[in-house]
Structure formats: structure tokens, C-alpha cells
Design a protein. Structure first.
Length: 449
């Protein structure tokens, strides 16, 4: 859940200087940093975060309405669960601000260790929560508290590696390297979804609701430990630390960022809004809508969504090649237009039979892969160099908050009351914001030139 600092411009003097500097370091016997090495660390580290993300999201649909909101009907219980789900995205910017201060005083390694330990502890803590039947309303309060802690930890887990990856990638292949870090999202969904599908189908329903749903939250802590060591291996390495400092990838105050670079934060966030709006409408919303209306079973929806996540992986890989050919901004604009077309067809697809519903999921995941693969950092190259580290983190925070935080809550509530046309409006608004932000960014670049 990150924003890369990327540019699609052709190699210029700065790029040639960087290549010459790397060659000089290699000639002097210093190890050169491969973008591939950075990419592996980014993928492994971010997969742990997305696993936590989707573990909570899936449980919000198939578990939490029954164990934490049993006093409400299934629809209201799911809406309550989605409201708690959104708290992490509200808390995330506060986590970014808090842990930027931690990094200033104690360093990048301490910050990352504390953030991922908090994330793993908060996620695993949910596994130990008493249910509403045992603790009453206090169980909901504790669930909300742990969810806020997850959001704070996500904000603090920004390590600058995607920015470093983008800035050290070959200029003509930045679209490809931009995509690599985003692969963590479908991988995290596949692992979380497959684990829930296995437990749901192998356990008796009473056992699954009684204790089986807690297992993925236990697993999350172990996966976070693996992700932590994968990222610490990079950020604590002297060569990587030197590169981070060379690129001025260090924290500055949030208030200073908003005061001096606020316009770029907003432009960068809205440039990827179509992707973030689509994110939960193809992952969590179909699961809630189809199951609540008894049109499909949980295993049926999870199974097709796992196929969809694999489709998203392939689409992400293709987005890297496409962006290298036509540019990242053109790629995002093209896919935003396709999302707009998909928005118009969504009520017909999701409101139909099993074949059309499966098509909604698969097409949605394909578009998500194309857009999310290039969604981060398209406009953040506008930041002053010293502002890129914090600016990338805050841009991602705003994009998640505005585009994705309330998507499942709004989509389910509006669709239940007014029909599936609400999905069309939500996605169309996201596509329009993306196109408008890309146009504004292009105008700003021309003016600056």
C-alpha cells in the first residue's frame, strides 16, 4: 500500500550522470545496487502488508458481522464491519507523521522494525479478541482500536524503497519497475483468499466461526516477520543507505509538506483515483453483495476472485511493457477511460447470472492490474527532491483515504438502497478525477517548462 516516485521522461543529463556515477563506483570496487535486488525486497516486504490488509477485509464480510455484530441483520452487520474497516485509512496519515518523527530521531531501521512489529501485533491481536457474545460492545471497541493501530502501522511502514527502485531504474524501463512493487497486492490477496477458502471449506461452519477464522490472523504475524527481515536487509545495508541519502530520500515534517507541496500531494493522489476506487469494488464488494443476496456462496465467490487475482498479476506485468511503450501517464489515462466503460456495464454484469457475475470479477481484476500496476507516483515527480520521500507516503495515504477507504461501505449501502447503478457513479467519478488530475499535471509541467 505505497507510492513510487517515477517519471516517464527520456534519459537526460541527470540520468547520464547517474549511470556514470554507478559505473565509477563499480570501477572503484564498490558494489552497485541492482534495481532487481530492490524489487525483490519491495515485493516480499509489501506482500506481508497486503496479506494483513486482505485478511481483515475478507473477515469483514464472512466473519465479523456474525461474531462482532450479531445484534444486527446480515446487511447492517456487514455495513458496520466496513465502517470499522475504513478506520485504518483514516489513521494511516497519522502513522506516517508519527513514524517520520521516529525515523528522524532513531533511524530508518528502528522506524521500520517498530512499524511492522506494531502491524503484526495488531493483526495477531485480533485473533485473540473475545466476541460480542462474551464481551458485548467492548469487543467492538477493541476491534476498532486494533484496526486503527493497523492503519498507524501501515503509515509507518513506508521505507522509501519503491522511490529508490524508481530512481535507480533505467529511464526507458521505469514503467516496468514501477509495476514490480505493485505485484504484492494480488499476491497478498491470493495468499489470504486461498487460506480463508481452505478453512471455510474444510471446517464445519460452527468451527470456522468459533475458532477457524482466527488462524489467518495468527499467520499474519509470522509473515510480517519475514517481510521485516527482507526489508531490513536492504534499508540497513550501507550501500542502500548511502543511495537513499544521495537521492535525498529522508523524512521532513508533514505540516511543511502540506504547506509547500500540498498541491502536488492532491494531484498525485487524484491521478490514481480510478485505480483505488476500483480496488475494493472488485475484491470485497462482490463477496459481500453476492453472498448477502444469496446469489452465490462464499467458496464460489472466493474461487473466482482468486482466478481474478491471477489475471491481475498478468495484467500488471503487461502494464509494465505498455507503460514503457506509450508512457505511464498515457497508460493511466487509457485505463481510466476503460474503467469508465466498465462502470457503465457493471450493473448489467453484476446483476446478471453466474457467467456475467464472473465476467464482472475477471474484467474488473484485469483493469485493476493494468491501472494499479502504474498507479503510484505518476505525478509525484513534481515534488522537490527533498520532499519526495515524505511526499510519496502522504500521496499514497490520501489516495487510499479518498479512493478506497469507504468504497465497500458506500457501494454496498447505496446499491442496497438504490440499485447497482451506484457502482457506476462511484467508478465514473474515480475515472473522471484521474483524467482531470493527469490533465492538470500535464499543464503544470508545460508551464514549468
Amino acid at each position: 500500500m505505497t507510492a513510487d516516485i517515477l517519471s516517464t521522461r527520456l534519459p537526460g543529463p541527470r540520468a547520464r550522470e547517474d549511470d556514470q556515477a554507478r559505473a565509477a563506483r563499480h570501477a572503484e570496487g564498490h558494489p552497485s545496487v541492482s534495481p532487481g535486488d530492490i524489487a525483490v525486497g519491495v515485493i516480499i516486504g509489501r506482500t506481508s502488508e497486503y496479506f494483513d490488509f486482505f485478511t481483515y477485509g475478507i473477515a469483514s464480510v464472512i466473519v465479523f458481522p456474525q461474531v462482532f455484530f450479531p445484534f444486527a441483520d446480515p446487511l447492517a452487520g456487514t455495513l458496520y464491519a466496513f465502517a470499522v474497516f475504513a478506520l485504518a485509512f483514516i489513521a494511516r496519515p497519522f502513522g506516517t507523521t508519527l513514524f517520520m518523527h521516529v525515523q528522524k530521531h532513531w533511524g530508518r531501521g528502528v522506524k521500520l522494525t517498530a512499524a511492522l512489529f506494531l502491524l503484526g501485533t495488531a493483526t495477531a491481536g485480533i485473533a485473540f479478541l473475545p466476541v460480542h457474545e462474551t464481551l458485548g460492545a467492548h469487543a467492538i471497541v477493541l476491534l476498532a482500536l486494533f484496526r486503527c493501530l493497523q492503519g498507524i502501522a501501515w503509515g509507518g511502514s513506508w521505507d522509501g524503497l519503491p522511490s529508490l527502485l524508481a530512481l535507480n531504474a533505467p529511464a526507458r524501463r521505469r514503467g516496468w519497475y514501477a509495476m514490480l512493487g505493485q505485484l504484492s497486492a494480488p499476491i497478498g490477496f491470493i495468499v489470504a483468499g486461498a487460506l480463508f477458502l481452505y478453512l471455510y471449506t474444510r471446517l464445519d461452519p460452527a468451527d470456522f466461526i468459533g475458532w477457524g477464522w482466527r488462524f489467518p490472523f495468527f499467520v499474519a504475524f509470522a509473515i510480517n516477520v519475514v517481510g521485516l527481515f527482507a526489508r531490513l536487509r536492504l534499508v540497513m545495508d550501507n550501500e542502500f543507505s548511502r543511495l537513499l541519502e544521495e537521492r535525498e530520500l529522508r523524512p521532513i515534517g508533514t505540516l511543511e509538506m502540506v504547506r509547500t507541496q500540498g498541491r502536488h500531494i492532491v494531484t498525485g493522489a487524484f491521478a490514481s483515483l480510478a485505480s483505488y476506487a476500483l480496488f475494493h469494488l472488485v475484491t470485497l464488494f462482490p463477496l459481500s453483495w453476492l453472498v448477502l443476496r444469496h446469489q452465490r456462496t462464499v467458496p464460489q465467490v472466493l474461487s473466482i476472485e482468486l482466478v481474478g487475482a491471477a489475471v491481475a498479476l498478468g495484467a500488471m506485468l503487461y502494464s509494465g511493457h505498455l507503460a514503457n511503450r506509450i508512457g505511464r501517464r498515457h497508460t493511466l489515462g487509457l485505463v481510466a477511460a476503460l474503467i469508465g466503460v466498465f462502470a457503465l456495464a457493471s450493473p448489467w454484469l453484476l446483476g446478471g447470472g453466474a457467467v456475467r457475475q464472473d465476467a464482472f470479477v475477471l474484467i474488473g481484476f484485469a483493469l485493476l492490474g493494468l491501472s494499479y500496476g502504474q498507479s503510484s507516483g505518476t505525478a509525484t515527480a513534481n515534488f522537490l527532491p527533498a520532499c519526495r520521500y515524505t511526499g510519496a507516503a502522504l500521496t499514497a495515504d490520501l489516495a487510499w483515504l479518498v479512493g478506497a477507504a469507504f468504497a465497500p461501505l458506500v457501494a454496498l449501502g447505496v446499491s442496497d438502497r438504490y440499485g447497482l447503478g451506484g457502482i457506476s457513479l462511484y467508478l465514473l467519478s474515480g475515472a473522471a478525477c484521474t483524467l482531470a488530475a493527469l490533465a492538470a499535471n500535464r499543464s503544470a509541467r508545460r508551464a514549468a517548462a
